[in-house]
Design a protein around this ligand. Structure first.
Ligand SMILES: *[C@@H]1O[C@H](CO)[C@@H](O)[C@H](O)[C@H]1NC(C)=O
Length: 428
């Protein structure tokens, strides 16, 4: 037994040292305890905002009181609310759990690049949000597989310190994993950031809370994290798109049907055909399960979706694809159909937000040609789109609680590389 342990330790050390020479990777951290000190039952909690169509923002919050009003008062000066909007509500039950009242209220039209002050349900604290700019430059924070551990907190602190306009999450938010009150604690954990900048999310496997014959998956996710699917012509909260400052961003569902006869496939084709590269020179796609992944974790899992949908994305000249799922970071070169292609997308796996399951350390060797950088550490990414031709991508790992930049690269848009004109613009 002792010998076996020794051999395993040596093997582990060897594999660790071959990947990242001098960097000692930290251990997973414990799940945070985030108790709710009940104020009044109508006190707004778990406030977050997301885009809701052109110039509009959806404010979401929860109250214990089921008769609390769904109004948002807002304005550009603190304490002075010249505008008021009324929204809709939902709630759900899950086995022995009953959610509070979940309020979704759309505010707007809002001016770009402006600070607004707002209050939910006519009481409680004042929140402050900033709308994104209407033109470049714009900065996106990107982090997947967040969870609610000490590492999540560290990732969130680093995201908070970078000057970002929009947060993009390619799936796996709360890691509630059927324990519903963990969705509430996650909502409280992210509120300071998510009430201030739009958080745009798509689903991961940890959002699927399916109990055969009793509960459909996604009831918690869909009730709490309503995204602008109606605004983008989709019939499901699991896939949608939005536009901001010269970028068209498509959120796909790795856990919704994606075959050629599926609604998602049809919707994606329609959405891609509407993209106008003069209005939005940058085209980004996010989903949970990566198509290009040289980690042994979840190896090949994205294959089916890739087979049906990659040709659509390629024909449409998608610049960048973000995925999560694998708890590590990897960036590809421009690639299509497994081969380097100057008109293919850059694929980035960033499932290292800080979840409780820890990191995925093992990689396939030799490193595939398309893989440009890979490392198993917790962290977040920042995409600064400078103008229609240039974007700066950087990945920051959580090193001793300081955001250390470990990978960065200038990315040229496919519009500027001539790919958009060269390739047939028709979607197959
Ligand atoms: C876009 O930004 C890059 C990087 O800052 C710069 O080199 C380039 O000249 C800019 N292009 C235009 C058209 O402004």
């Amino acid at each position: 037994m002792k010998e076996l342990k020794l051999i395993l330790t040596v093997l582990l050390l060897l594999s660790v040292t071959t990947i990242a020479d001098d960097y000692v990777r930290p251990q997973p951290r414990k799940t945070l305890h985030l108790p709710w000190h009940s104020k009044s039952s109508s006190y707004p909690q778990q406030v977050h905002i997301s885009f809701a169509g052109d110039k509009h923002m959806r404010v979401t919050w929860i109250t214990d009181d089921t008769s609390a009003p769904s109004v948002v008062e807002y304005g550009t000066l603190p304490g002075k609310y010249g505008s008021v909007a009324e929204g809709e509500t939902t709630s759900y039950s899950y086995l022995f759990y009953s959610s509070g009242k979940i309020h979704h209220t759309v505010i707007g039209p809002l001016e770009p690049n402006s600070v607004y002050f707002y209050r939910c349900g006519g009481e409680g604290p004042e929140f402050e949000l900033k709308t994104p700019p209407s033109q470049f430059p714009i900065t996106f924070a990107v982090a997947g597989d967040l969870g609610q551990t000490g590492w999540t907190k560290s990732t969130l602190d680093h995201i908070d310190r970078c000057k970002y306009d929009v947060n993009l999450i390619p799936g796996d938010l709360s890691y509630a994993d059927y324990i519903q009150h963990r969705w509430d604690s996650f909502g409280r954990l992210v509120q300071p950031l998510a009430s201030a900048r739009p958080w745009m999310v798509t689903q991961g496997n940890h959002e699927v809370e399916h109990i055969p014959l009793i509960k459909d998956g996604f009831i918690s996710y869909n009730s709490r994290w309503k995204m602008p699917f109606e605004e983008s012509g989709s019939s499901s909260n699991l896939y949608y798109s939005f536009e901001v400052a010269g970028a068209h961003i498509i959120m796909l569902g790795s856990y919704a049907d994606y075959d050629e006869y599926s609604e998602q496939y049809t919707w994606l084709k329609t959405d891609l055909s509407k993209v106008d590269r003069k209005r939005t020179p940058w085209l980004l796609v996010l989903f949970h399960v990566p198509w290009y992944n040289s980690n042994t974790a979840h190896q090949g899992e994205g294959g089916d979706m890739m087979q049906t949908m990659e040709p659509l994305l390629y024909a449409a000249n998608v610049d960048l694809v973000f995925a999560g799922h694998v708890h590590a970071y990897e960036r590809s070169k421009r690639v299509y159909n497994g081969r380097l292609d100057p008109c293919g997308a850059v694929h980035i796996t960033i499932g290292d937000g800080g979840n409780k399951e820890g990191l995925a350390h093992k990689y396939i060797t030799p490193q595939p040609k398309w893989s440009d950088f890979r490392e198993a550490s917790f962290g977040h990414g920042e995409l600064k789109i400078v103008n229609s031709t240039h974007a700066f991508w950087s990945w920051h790992r959580n090193d001793d609680d300081e955001p250390v930049k470990s990978d960065d690269i200038w990315i040229n848009s496919l519009v500027s590389s001539g790919c958009v004109d060269q390739k047939r613009t028709e979607i197959p």
